[in-house]
Design a protein around this ligand. Structure first.
Ligand code: UD1
Ligand code: UDP
Length: 364
């Protein structure tokens, strides 16, 4: 059995790392294809270095662009590589344009598609990710659903049960494996010492297109964050996604944010650094998918700056709350979540998803 893994962005590198580690430990024929949808050092290379991942066999250099341009370039380039590699199965993870292009290129060449993190649904077609997820699931042969809920979403759409495997989410593997490494790392300890303070801090990430590309929504969120710094004696640490920095500058919101002494805007950081920042935060505010999961796993309360989530398990266990871009809701949620008892159960599995996925594929 010959496998190819296709990845392209920060969360895919992180969430596929447990599968890559698992493949490396076995004598298998496999290759790594990187679309380079993400390419900045701190959105890409840093994760290969910190997670000790092998260099991709193919770097397709696709980069940024409109959805059509980016996905189209990926399709053309991935097809060429797949015709050369001729894998039996292509593995993709998540819901980015890389995932859709990888799955589509493979399925048209009659190569089997394994979709890791299948079955997530926000039921919000305004999100490009929702379109990518639904389409990818419907052309996949092996659907690795993280939870029973995700499996049920797939069943409701008519996908055959024998294609679906509930295996947990590889983010649990990645979090647990790398937190241990991060906690022992002197460089990370030093990083943490420099960034944290005695009063404690909140952690913020923001990058969803529907939030940051919309001036009004972005302004509402920034206003709420600013108000929170006035109410609470806490810093807000904000590793800023390149998309968000670009938009804040375009909308003339960046300078005011930067001049707020309690908001620590930093470049995007490595996974080990980020895990330590998450683990020690009093509260996390985010619109990221992966961060909603990690905060749940690490027992840190989360406020999600979105109107919906494809991770409803986090709402059910009580680790997360949805507030959208409503200023009052965001501010009120801080008090609520700070008082939250951190005794919820992680619904995303036991940290052995990567192993399970490889074993299922090997048995086919
Ligand atoms: C993409 C995914 C999103 C995922 C996110 C993870 C799609 C449609 N979106 O969003 O689902 O949550 O990755 O972070 O696939 N840029 C850089 N350097 C980079 C990458 C991007 O500067 O390495 C800037 C460019 O200005 C680019 C913009 O960020 O135009 C957006 O990048 P893009 O890959 O299109 O989307 P993301 O917002 O990163
Ligand atoms: N992350 C990171 N450094 C950062 C911000 C996030 O390593 O500065 C990690 C985070 O731990 C999570 C992943 O990136 O595993 C989430 O990626 P992102 O929020 O970009 O995408 P999403 O999960 O929303 O698709």
């Amino acid at each position: 059995m010959k496998l190819s893994i296709i990845l392209g962005t920060r969360p895919e590198i992180i969430k596929l790392s447990p599968i890559i580690r698992e493949l490396e430990g076995r004598n298998l024929d496999w290759s790594l294809i990187h679309t380079n949808q993400h390419y900045s050092e701190n959105m890409d290379r840093i994760f290969f270095q910190e997670l000790n991942l092998p260099n991709p066999k193919y770097n397709l250099g696709v980069g940024s662009g409109t959805h059509g341009e980016q996905t189209g370039r990926m399709l053309i380039k991935i097809e060429k590589v797949l015709l050369k590699e001729r894998p039996d199965v292509v593995i993709v993870q998540g819901d980015t344009n890389t995932v859709l292009a990888g799955a589509l290129a493979a399925s048209k060449l009659k190569i089997k598609v394994a979709h890791v993190e299948a079955g997530l649904r926000s039921y919000d077609k305004n999100m490009p990710e929702e379109i990518n997820r639904v389409l990818t699931d419907h052309i996949s042969d092996y659907l690795f659903a993280p939870t029973e809920k995700a499996k049920n979403n797939l069943l409701k759409e008519g996908i055959e049960e024998n294609r679906i495997f509930v295996v947990g989410n590889t983010i649990v593997d990645a979090t647990l494996q790398n937190l241990k490494i991060a906690e022992k790392n002197e460089h990370i300890k030093e990083f943490f010492k420099n960034i944290s303070n005695e009063e404690g801090y909140f952690l913020l990430t923001l990058h969803r297109a529907e939030n940051v590309d919309n001036k009004e929504r972005l302004k509402n969120i920034i206003d709420a964050i600013t108000k929170i710094t006035e109410i609470y004696d806490k810093n807000i640490v904000f590793p800023i996604h390149p998309r968000t920095e670009k938009r804040l500058k375009e909308f003339n919101l960046f300078d005011k944010l930067k001049s707020n002494k309690k908001i620590k805007i930093i470049e995007p950081i490595g996974y080990l650094e980020f895990l330590i920042l998450e683990k020690n935060a009093e509260l996390i505010l985010t619109d990221s998918g992966g961060v909603q999961e990690e905060s749940c796993i690490l027992k840190v309360p989360c406020i999600t700056l979105r109107d919906n989530t494809e991770r409803p398990e986090t709402l059910e266990v009580g680790s997360n709350i949805l507030v959208g871009d409503d200023k009052n809701k965001i501010i009120n949620a801080v008090e609520l979540m700070l008082n939250k008892k951190r005794d919820w159960k992680n619904p995303f599995g036991d940290g052995k998803s990567g192993k399970r996925i490889v074993e299922i594929l090997m048995s086919k």
